[in-house]
Write a protein that binds this ligand. Structure first.
Ligand SMILES: [Zn+2]
Length: 105
């Protein structure tokens, strides 16, 4: 998984192409993430007792992880991510372009 919660990612496709935003949650099983204010959709609500008018709610729909790239602070853009394994066994994400450490996996 190259993207984690609280990462800053760049969106590669769709209406929000080029947008940078924070990852709110990741679903590893579906390979999808919820990204702040990206891919907003209206969820329409049926009339109910609590909500007698019905209405609509704007929520973020999941984005496929393959459409997101982690932003490297040094390159200042979305980059491909590699994994480096240190001698002590910790795994770090690294920028493929410049080698900057992007945090533990
Ligand atoms: Zn970089």
């Amino acid at each position: 998984m190259h993207v984690r919660r609280d990462d800053t990612v760049e969106v590669m496709t769709g209406e929000d192409r080029g947008v940078r935003a924070r990852v709110l949650s990741v679903d590893p099983r579906k390979c999808q993430a919820i990204v702040e204010s990206v891919n907003r959709v209206y969820k329409h609500l049926r009339r109910s007792r609590r909500n007698p008018q019905g209405g609509r709610l704007e929520i973020e729909a999941p984005v496929d992880l393959s459409n997101l790239r982690l932003v490297c602070p040094k390159c200042d853009k979305g980059v491909r991510v590699g994994v480096r394994i240190d001698e002590d066994g910790t795994r770090h994400r690294v920028c493929r372009a410049c080698g900057t450490d992007l945090g533990e996996v």
